[in-house]
Design a protein around this ligand. Structure first.
Ligand code: PA5
Length: 338
């Protein structure tokens, strides 16, 4: 039994550890589901990925992994409306794991009213019903996960929407090779996650990313929030060097994490080094991580998988079950009442 399994024994009611370990399988299954949906290729002005929380992050991750390979915009929309500047020439992908998220349903309605090409990724619910009624292609997702554990699916679907909209090349081989790379890295990642969690235990983590790792930093934050039920924050360099850095002059109990990547601008890499040195004067812990992998997709998902494992390790440290998100459910219930 691994240290993580041991730590989560009796806590992991929804099998979050198994879900994170299965990320490589999720990538392969996502490709199969995408191919089965037989999306037609088009020439969109850009692609909008509409979603919230665990269903939105795939858009950010796909845009980061595709990077300069995007020839037109690939943007994530979190909220109730697609931007006023969007025209019918845009393609709109609506992602909702449950299919019941009100913001995403509103974006779907908005995209339909605009006459934009729509695509949907969901397990079912009102979003699947609305898509089917409107003749919109649905990429069906397996219904056995927590929304945030479907991150590999959401990433692959957003990358596919970019390709189907003609805004970026199709990267199926890169996704497949990332799946193999993550499989090979899995054991080492669990070990690494244990070491990082040990250093972050008892701190409020602040996770910094830049370029490729910017959405990974946000993913670390949200996974620590939801899985470990802990406060955590994230920020992006170089911007944080122009404001947040001053806040570290008084930083009781904060732990800083810096996510480095070989493709970051040399000045961003220098900023990471210097910022880490400066915050070390006040931080309870400073952790530097360098992504590993042979492609941007692999390195980005490597960072995501490591963060997910760190969040589970922190859940174990806090003695909490990573699955339930009671506060989020309560809020959704209240909103559902009007
Ligand atoms: O992780 C979660 O459970 C949330 O962040 C959800 O993804 C978010 O509330 C949106 O729900 P859904 O993914 O079902 O659209």
């Amino acid at each position: 039994m691994s240290g993580l399994e041991e730590g989560l024994r009796g806590l992991d009611s929804g099998g979050q550890l198994a879900a994170v370990r299965a990320m490589p399988d999720h990538l392969r299954d996502a490709l199969w589901r995408i191919e089965s949906a037989r999306l037609e290729d088009g020439e969109a002005a850009g692609v909008l990925v509409c979603g919230m929380g665990g269903s939105a992050i795939g858009g950010d991750l796909a845009a980061a992994a595709l990077g300069d390979r995007c020839t037109r915009p690939l943007l994530t929309v979190r909220g109730y409306a697609i931007p006023a500047w969007a025209t019918p020439e845009w393609t709109v992908l609506c992602c909702s794991y449950s299919g019941g998220t009100e913001e995403t349903l509103a974006c779907f309605e908005g995209a339909q009213a605009l006459g934009a090409r729509c695509l949907v990724a969901t397990t079912g619910g009102p979003l699947a019903d609305a898509a089917r009624a409107a003749g919109v292609p649905v990429i069906g997702l397996p219904g056995t996960l927590q929304p945030r554990a479907a991150v590999a699916y959401m990433f692959a679907v957003a990358a596919e929407a970019a390709a189907a909209g003609g805004v970026a090349p199709r990267i199926h081989p890169e996704i497949e090779s990332a799946a193999s790379g993550l499989e090979a890295a899995r054991e080492g990642l669990e070990q690494r996650a244990a070491e990082i969690a040990e250093r972050l235990a008892g701190t409020v983590p602040v996770v910094y990313g830049s370029g490729l790792t910017a959405p990974a930093a946000y993913r670390w934050k949200t996974q620590i929030n939801e899985n470990a039920k802990s406060a955590a924050f994230s920020a992006v360099l170089p911007e944080a060097d122009h404001n947040e850095l001053e806040g570290w002059s008084e930083a009781p109990g904060l732990g800083a994490v810096f996510l480095g990547d070989v493709d970051q601008h040399p000045r961003e890499r220098r900023r990471i080094e210097l910022t880490a040195e400066l915050v070390a004067e006040q931080a309870t812990a400073v952790v530097a991580v360098e992504t590993e992998g042979s492609t941007p997709t692999e390195r980005l998902l490597w960072a995501v998988m490591l963060g997910d494992l760190v969040s589970l390790r922190l859940a174990a440290e806090h003695g909490v079950d990573p699955t339930p998100v009671g506060a989020i459910e309560r809020l959704k219930d209240e909103l559902g009442r009007g």
